[in-house]
Design a protein around this ligand. Structure first.
Ligand code: ZN
Length: 536
């Protein structure tokens, strides 16, 4: 028994090494990738908003390409898995918010000072509540860190600065900042609402652009199983440039808080002397959309019953407030580029047999931009047995905008998928690095997080840069100007050679994961390992 096991281990190890030593063939040229992006990001698709005709057109294009590539439908209704949503829109002219101090009301200008977040099911009635500043508003048991402890928060609205202290490991920081995790201890303490102040030191996009699309519909999955914020009556985002208003009379200033927050230092917690009076009028409607799922059957008679998932979101944010006269948020890189990569990779086995030993499941999800909702639904209701999904490789906005020298791997150190990703990149002469900007919380900000929460090891691959290089500036500029803006369109410069090599690396990664005997495992010290034992 032992001898055999050792023998198998040796053969597998040799097999992988042998593959890695001879450079694999390059299968992609970037041209079909760009053709797919051109279709998906065309103005005619109107930015592929969840539930829109534009997204339906994009998905029928995807289904068409998958069928042509010879993949099998693996949804509920052919390639499709229908998903139901409730859509919510703030009616700002009927809504209001004010700060109250000494019986005097100071109205807030919605949009300039603050705006309501309708992703959550806000209470329709007028609410008055005292405010308490709770630092980062986090409870992290692993670190004995607790911003809630010792404060009287019953019936109150808490104000917090987004982020965490510098000594918080990235994974913990990201995990406990998800709304579900953040809300749980606050709810237990009797809190009824939250006001978030973005940390001015780590804002991706300026306030003006954040608030521009506040009237845009938010969405939520239908079904109590998905409601992680029961009891949350008020949720506001507050402009850091106006946040002094909240601190008047408290003995503290926002300048002081922001200064500490800049270096992620511990923050004080204290009651504010102003209170909040507000009313959110929200219009709700039902929306239907779908995930698209296809299967490339594995070649091994036993292992083909296991699946390596390759996922990407198809949706984007649709039509919004105009910027430079353009209202269509095309989402060429976010995430037409990722969908295009999945289509290229899916089609690549037609002329390049054999199939990998395990099956590959191509999952195109909807409503990522609404809070990772399509993948949340899929991970809770997979169309293959839940335990048969052994890994997720997710592609979202991989940004082929510079020559590919370094690949950024979210989750690099969390599971042995990180090791496979390194081998795959090295096979094409590309280095890997962990996320150089952990504060952006990227590991939980795309669809891989829903697989992770169901115990499935995952990685997300992006084009990277060396800190301090001119490339870093290009990425920074891209985020400031094009991220979630109409200029993420077909007029922007892209590097097709980078996209091609990226696709080669991802395909190689799928083959490594699908062919190796052992299922991928979380590293013993990975925070995310907990879900592998607690999830069903
Ligand atoms: Zn996005």
């Amino acid at each position: 028994m032992l001898k055999n096991a050792l023998l198998i281990a040796t053969v597998v190890a040799l097999g992988v090494t042998a593959v890695a030593q001879q450079p694999p063939a390059k299968l992609f040229d970037g041209n079909s990738w760009w053709d797919h992006v051109k279709f998906l990001a065309d103005d005619k698709l109107e930015g592929r908003e969840t539930g829109s005709e534009g997204l339906r057109t994009a998905e029928s294009y995807v289904v068409d390409q998958l069928a042509r590539a010879g993949l099998q439908p693996a949804g509920v209704n052919g390639f499709y898995q229908p998903v139901k949503f409730v859509s919510r829109e703030i009616v700002e002219k009927e809504s209001s918010a004010a700060l109250v101090s000494g019986g005097k009301e100071q109205p807030l200008v919605l949009g300039d000072d603050a705006y309501f977040i309708t992703r959550f099911d806000l209470a329709p009635e007028e609410i008055s509540a005292p405010l308490v500043f709770v630092g980062y508003g986090l409870k992290i048991p692993e670190m004995n860190y607790d911003d809630v402890e010792g404060l009287d928060l019953k019936g109150k609205v808490v104000v917090y600065l987004a982020g965490s202290t510098a000594d918080t490991p990235t994974a913990l920081s990201a995990h406990y900042q998800t709304m579900g995790e953040r809300w749980r201890p606050l709810r237990q303490a009797g809190v009824i609402g939250v006001i978030a102040i973005p940390n001015p030191a780590s804002m991706d996009i300026p306030w003006s652009r954040m608030s521009l699309n506040r009237a845009h519909p938010s969405m939520d999955l239908v079904g109590d199983e998905f409601n992680e914020t029961a009891g949350l009556k008020i949720s506001l985002n507050f402009n850091p440039a106006q946040a002094e208003k909240l601190f008047v009379g408290s003995g503290h200033t926002f300048a002081e808080i922001a200064e500490l927050g800049k270096d992620r230092k511990p923050l004080p917690r204290f009651p504010l002397s102003v209170s909040l009076k507000c009313r959110a009028v929200v219009k709700s409607t039902s929306v239907e959309s779908a995930n698209v799922i296809a299967k490339l059957p594995g070649s091994d008679p036993v292992l083909k019953n296991e699946y390596v998932v390759l996922s990407a979101h198809v949706d984007h944010i649709g039509i919004g407030a105009p910027i430079n006269g353009d209202r269509i948020y095309n989402g060429a890189m976010d995430n037409g580029s990722g969908v295009a990569a999945l289509l290229d990779i899916a089609a690549s086995w037609k002329a390049n047999q054999p199939h990998p030993r395990r099956s590959i499941l191509f999952v195109f999800v909807t409503a990522e931009e609404k809070g990772l909702l399509g993948s949340k639904y899929f991970a809770a209701h997979p169309t293959v047995p839940a335990k048969s999904m052994i890994a997720d490789v997710n592609i979202d906005m991989f940004l082929p905008i510079v020559p590919l020298k370094v690949l950024k791997v979210q989750g690099l150190a969390e599971s042995d998928l990180g090791d496979r990703a390194r081998e795959s990149a090295q096979a094409f002469g590309v280095r890997v690095e962990a996320d150089p900007q952990p504060l952006r919380n990227a590991f939980i900000r795309s669809d891989q997080y829903n697989f992770i929460r169901h115990g499935i090891p995952a990685v997300k691959l992006d084009v990277g840069f060396d800190p301090g290089s001119p490339d870093e500036q290009i990425f920074k500029e891209w985020l400031t100007v094009r991220y979630h803006a109409p200029s993420d369109d077909l007029a922007q410069p892209v590097d097709r050679a980078t996209a091609a090599t990226y696709e080669d690396i991802v395909r190689q990664l799928l083959v490594y994961i699908a062919d190796i005997e052992a299922r991928p495992q979380w590293k013993p010290n990975s925070f995310f390992r907990r879900y592998a034992t607690t999830s069903n």
